[in-house]
Design a protein around this ligand. Structure first.
Ligand code: C2E
Ligand code: MG
Ligand code: MG
Length: 435
């Protein structure tokens, strides 16, 4: 982009330098172009000098509102904002912040003038070169100008970003920075913990524990979940042996991403891993949405897993695509109701009805039901009345490291949470039955 007006502002790239020094990083470069759409109309009313003051004021507002950004008045009516961020929603956030900071009207010579903006943005790996990023942001701006959306969001750089995150996680695996946390599932009637869910965490050298929601969606989009999942299976088997040695024989459930379900190579590798570890007692949590993508292959592989002793659980039920036809065909022993319906259970009118009918449906299909996201005694009591078989959630325990889980199991701490259940049980049952 040709630079007609160049505002001499210091490039504040301290944030960027700090990120560049890391070699394992989620950091990405974001470029947002802010265009003053009513530049010509304003020039007619307040002249060239007036409209330049408007542009300078926009630059000042952007500098004040986007921390550590480089802000440059790079064309007649365009301002370029570049910054580095490791947040997954950095581009959307950047676009929103830039727009919000600019939209207030401007007072020029005691008169208020509206600013009409168009924005385009792009995101890419740090160090890929900003020329490409600016080109992508310009394409987004053109898309926005054509009226598709006043706030264009351009994802051309997304592919590279996903690959960069998958590379960083590969490196993290090499360096032993990945770990599993475990969250128990409590059997309501038997008042016992018979299984746990393994949830991966990235023990990042600078950021501490990074949640899977920050990197798994990117690795899934890049279709590179195989290595991380095989590592998870191996780690879960090793941890299960430690639990067993301490007297706790628990089935360990592992989350399996959609694209792996239809992958014959993955199914074969799982078969080999299980054959090499005959003592392993695993379960796979899969979503219905991932089965629906390629149902024939997914169902064939799930049946194969079931035959080698892996228990199949349907995760996040109700949150994605559902099909009763597939539900019937899946060799699943367990159905997990999404936490979306559980966290609001006692404050919503409809959620209890949905949950109760889902429990009845699962029982009719010979499956056990797990409620995930159980955070209150009231929810636990209500689920118990409804016949829910197992509960999982912060009320019982957050996902914790293996050592913490061992202490938790040894001290029987989950009984603290379930003990109070009976107290609120009768009152809640009465309320619910009236509804
Ligand atoms: P998920 O399998 O549905 O796991 C449940 C998520 O809900 C976990 O988040 C857990 O910490 C959280 N949770 C548990 N109890 C409560 C509660 O009482 N209230 C609330 N609000 N949340 C609760 P986490 O660990 O951040 O995992 C998020 C998602 O990341 C998982 O959802 C799963 O889809 C994915 N994930 C985690 N580990 C792996 C993995 O090894 N492989 C794959 N493919 N996906 C994984
Ligand atoms: Mg799960
Ligand atoms: Mg879930």
């Amino acid at each position: 982009m040709a630079s007609l007006h160049h505002l001499a502002l210091p490039r504040r790239l301290n944030g960027k330098r700090a990120f560049e020094q890391r070699d394992v990083s989620l950091a990405r470069q974001i470029c947002v172009l802010v265009q003053l759409h009513n530049y010509n109309a304003l020039r007619r009313t307040i002249d060239v000098a007036g409209v330049r003051r408007v542009m300078s004021e926009l630059v000042a507002r952007l500098v004040a509102s986007v921390p550590d950004a480089s802000v440059e008045w790079s064309g007649r009516d365009v301002i370029e904002v570049q910054f580095v961020s490791d947040r997954p929603d950095a581009l959307a956030d950047g676009l929103t912040t830039c727009r919000r900071s600019c939209i207030a009207s401007m007072v020029i010579d005691d008169e208020g003038h509206d600013v009409d903006l168009v924005l385009g943005g792009a995101i890419g790996p740090v160090g890929r070169g900003s020329a490409l990023l600016i080109e992508e942001a310009e394409a987004a701006l053109a898309e926005a100008q054509s009226g598709i959306s006043p706030l264009a969001r351009w994802n051309a750089g997304q592919h590279d970003v996903d690959d960069a995150i998958a590379d960083a996680v590969d490196l993290a695996l090499d360096r032993g920075q990945m770990m599993l946390h475990y969250q128990p599932k409590v059997h309501v009637r038997r008042q016992a913990i018979e299984c746990v869910e393994a949830l991966v965490r990235w023990n990042h050298p600078d950021r501490g524990l990074v949640a899977p929601t920050e990197f798994i969606p990117a690795i899934e989009r890049a279709q590179r979940m195989e290595r991380l999942t095989l590592w998870t299976i191996a780690q879960a088997i090793e941890d299960q042996r430690r639990l067993r040695a301490a007297g706790h024989d628990l089935r360990v459930f592992i989350n399996i991403s959609g694209h792996l379900l239809a992958d014959a190579r993955f199914a074969q590798l799982v078969g080999e891993r299980i054959a090499a570890a005959p003592d392993a007692r695993l379960g796979f949590e899969v979503t219905e949405t991932s089965v629906i993508r390629d149902p024939d292959r997914a169902i064939a592989h799930l049946q194969q897993f079931d035959r080698i002793g892996i228990s199949i659980s349907i995760d996040d039920y109700g949150a994605g695509l559902s099909s009763l036809a597939y539900l019937k065909q899946l060799p699943a022993r367990e159905l997990k109701i999404d936490k979306l319906f559980i966290t609001q259970l006692t404050s919503s009118n409809r959620d209890p009805l949905i949950v109760r009918s889902t429990i009845d449906l699962a029982h009719a299909l010979d499956m056990e039901v797990v409620a995930e996201g159980v955070e209150s005694h009231a929810a636990l009591a209500l689920l118990s009345v409804m016949g829910c078989d197992m509960v999982q959630g912060y009320l019982i325990s957050r996902p914790v490291a293996l050592d913490v889980l061992l202490t938790f199991l040894t001290e029987d701490r989950f009984r603290d949470a379930t003990q109070d259940m009976r107290a609120s049980f009768t009152r809640l049952a009465a309320t619910w039955k009236r509804a």
